[in-house]
Write a protein that binds this ligand. Structure first.
Ligand code: ZN
Ligand code: ZN
Length: 433
């Protein structure tokens, strides 16, 4: 949308909120010229006294594509480590047993997964690794987990696809086979399938999608970094009903400024009316050496519908440590993260407060000062100006924070020697009346 439409929509959003909710009425009664109000709070439904915290691993690979371990080992390892929400997201374009240390598969039979057994699922090998019971793994309910059907769509920009069975495979009859990366795949009319086709398919099938690891570098033959314009177009074209967010951290620490900066650039354009939730994922291929990156969902109780709703509404935080972890250990020691107790908004005093312990600093971040790239996104790992730090401390006074525009998000950080453990909130929508 253009700037005029954006501003119009923002005004409509404020008006609609004021008319619709009690909170809106309270806020609108207090709006004076120049005041700022919070118009969207992803945590507004959380009761911080009773909420349950559930760790979600939403990007995991197994031997069913290019990971190193069986589905059962992966599920059991994450379960043992305290995760209660797990999605296996094998690449749709891989056959099983692709990965061997030092070269590319197939694995010898004695190390290989024999699953799924015949008859193969529809759309094999581009099918999601689901249900787990087809892979000699207990079902989620048997383990007291929520499991999410997942697939990493890997033609072109990687897209994690949840709650549906879409997937592409270059060997499908009628398609042209691209044997050499970057792969190409065409539809029945001979037209190359694009990211938009894949995202639309996710939406049509009632699924949810997120864009993965934007910062993976161009040195991989299978990857091409995209311009800021490209991301803007995708989030404009595709509704937040199904394109819910993006990874703001994946498994390449050196690239974090790229992903976080891109997120800020997008939030500065799309908030408050079109949220883009940040997701933090290990992108685990090998249990022995994984990041400690996960999503912490705040739920009344663990349920399939509650988890999906939290993903759709941003009711979670992203946890990210620079320390690696070995999920094959019998007991896994997580980094000593800050302990987030509550996030509270007071519309009357126009403040957002974070209650936490065991942290060194809380930063509040809003729109970047510049919306132009400062370096070439294809070669630089910091091409986008990051969001502006508008305040440090546990309470943000919206009236006293210069530079606050459209959104604010918080980072809670603890230093630990050379390591750093961070919690990222999702963005709050802000408008100035
Ligand atoms: Zn990927
Ligand atoms: Zn992946």
């Amino acid at each position: 949308m253009d700037r005029r439409t954006f501003l119009k929509n923002t005004a409509l959003t404020v008006g609609a909120l004021a008319a619709r909710t009690a909170a809106g009425k309270a806020a609108s009664a207090n709006i004076g010229r120049g005041d700022r109000i919070v118009i969207s709070n992803p945590y507004e439904k959380v009761d911080w006294n009773t909420t349950q915290r559930h760790k979600a691993a939403l990007h995991l690979h197994t031997l069913q594509s290019d990971g190193f371990q069986m589905v059962e080992e992966v599920v059991r390892a994450y379960h043992r480590a305290g995760y209660t929400i797990i999605s296996i997201t094998d690449h749709d374009w891989n056959e099983p047993n692709r990965r061997i240390v030092g070269h590319w598969g197939p694995l010898p039979a004695e190390q290989a997964t024999p699953y799924p057994r015949d008859p193969k699922p529809d759309n094999f090998p581009a099918n999601p690794t689901w249900p787990w019971t087809d892979y000699a793994t207990p079902g989620p309910a048997d383990l007291g987990l929520v499991g999410i059907k997942g697939n990493e769509l890997s033609y072109k920009h990687h897209i994690n696809s949840y709650y549906n069975d879409y997937g592409l495979w270059h060997g499908t009859p009628g398609d042209q086979i691209g044997h050499k990366a970057p792969y190409r795949i065409v539809d029945a009319e001979g037209r190359e399938i694009q990211e938009d086709d894949q995202l639309t398919a996710i939406g049509m099938k009632g699924g949810l999608g997120i864009l993965c690891h934007p910062s993976i570098s161009d040195e991989h033959a299978w990857w091409e970094r995209k311009s800021l314009r490209w991301y803007i177009e995708r989030y404009r074209l595709h509704s937040s009903d199904y394109l819910i967010g993006m990874e703001i951290t994946n498994n390449v620490p050196a690239h974090q400024a790229y992903d976080e900066g891109l997120w800020d650039q997008l939030l500065a354009r799309f908030m408050p009316e079109r949220p883009i939730w940040g997701f933090g994922n290990d992108d685990m291929h090998d249990l022995r050496s994984a990041n400690q990156t996960f999503n912490m969902l705040f739920l009344g109780a663990l349920s399939d519908t509650g988890v999906r709703k939290a993903m759709e509404t941003g009711q979670f935080c992203i946890y990210r440590s620079t320390k690696y972890i070995n999920y094959m250990m019998p007991s896994v020691e997580f980094s000593d993260f800050p302990d987030l107790k509550a996030i509270k908004i007071d519309q009357d005093s126009e403040t957002i407060s974070i209650e936490a312990v065991n942290y060194d600093e809380i930063k509040w971040i809003s729109a970047p000062a510049s919306l132009e790239p400062v370096e070439d996104y294809r070669t630089s790992n910091q091409p986008w100006p990051l969001g502006t730090v508008v305040h440090r401390g546990n309470t943000l006074d919206l009236r006293a924070a210069p530079g606050l525009r459209r959104y604010v998000r918080a980072e809670i950080m603890r230093k630990d020697g050379d390591h750093i453990h961070r919690i990222f909130t999702n963005p709050f929508g802000i408008v100035k009346s």
